[in-house]
Unconditional design. Structure first.
Length: 243
């Protein structure tokens, strides 16, 4: 067996574990989204920094994704604008509250915070700021990393959130070779897998109740632009990032 096949098997086993461990939590989060977003008309606010921002872009304006997702973003948190400065910004107090204030959230919204370590000020304070506004918080994080990383913000994202989707990522994120991991980060794949498990659960629930989810179509397929036009018109005023 080649090394590549070894890692592929490891990844598939880890994703199976992610699904198994999050069955109950995914059901709970689906309950919240059905009530507040699908039926109540709220938005899904999505926040993350560094590589965790990949999960925000995965959730936003993606074919098959919810049209109700509003990304919370700040240029200094993006790796492409400076890797070292992005790390420093995530560790700075006060930034999360500024970003959330600019988004003008509604009490009916739901906040998703993606952060593998879950210990820096930005994800922790984002969860606190949302809780102060009585907005439910879903943490997509690693419980094991939360426990192992230095708690710079005093507590962890997992402790601040109302619901936790556990990525089951080991401290340090890397997974290969298994005996002494040095490469093969798992967090991005685990985040994407959990998000799509949740979308599948929501779709099944909506179909069972006779509802249609507001889902994007691929703009590169016939009829995609036409199908998306109504969603852009409906959500454009509340999600300026769709412009």
């Amino acid at each position: 067996m080649t090394q590549e096949a070894d890692f592929g098997e490891l990844m598939r086993d880890r994703l199976a574990l992610v699904q198994e461990r999050n069955t109950a939590a995914l059901s709970e989060v689906a309950d919240v989204l059905m009530e507040r977003v699908v039926e109540g008309g709220g938005l899904v606010l999505a926040a993350g920094a560094g590589h965790s921002f990949n999960a925000v872009t995965e959730a936003f304006h993606r074919a098959g994704g919810l049209a109700t997702v509003k990304p919370l973003h700040e240029p200094q948190l993006l790796l492409v604008n400076g890797a070292s400065s992005s790390t420093a910004a995530e560790r700075r107090q006060g930034l999360a509250a500024e970003v959330l204030d600019r988004a003008k959230p509604d009490p009916g919204d739901v906040l998703f915070v993606f952060s593998t370590s879950g210990v820096n000020f930005y994800p922790v304070e984002m969860a606190r700021a949302a809780a102060d506004r009585r907005i439910p918080v879903v943490a997509v994080t690693s419980r094991e990393c939360n426990a192992a990383a230095p708690a710079r913000a005093g507590t962890t994202l997992g402790e601040e959130a109302d619901h936790v989707l556990d990525t089951c990522v080991s401290p340090g994120d890397v997974a290969y070779p298994p005996q002494h991991p040095e490469t093969g980060a798992l967090s991005s794949l685990a985040n994407t897998f959990l998000w799509n498990l949740l979308l599948a659960e929501l779709h099944a629930r909506a179909a069972a109740s006779g509802r249609r989810l507001p889902l994007w179509r691929s703009s590169n397929m016939h009829g995609g632009d036409e199908a998306n036009a109504g969603l852009l018109e409906h959500y454009g005023s509340r999600i300026p990032e769709l412009g």
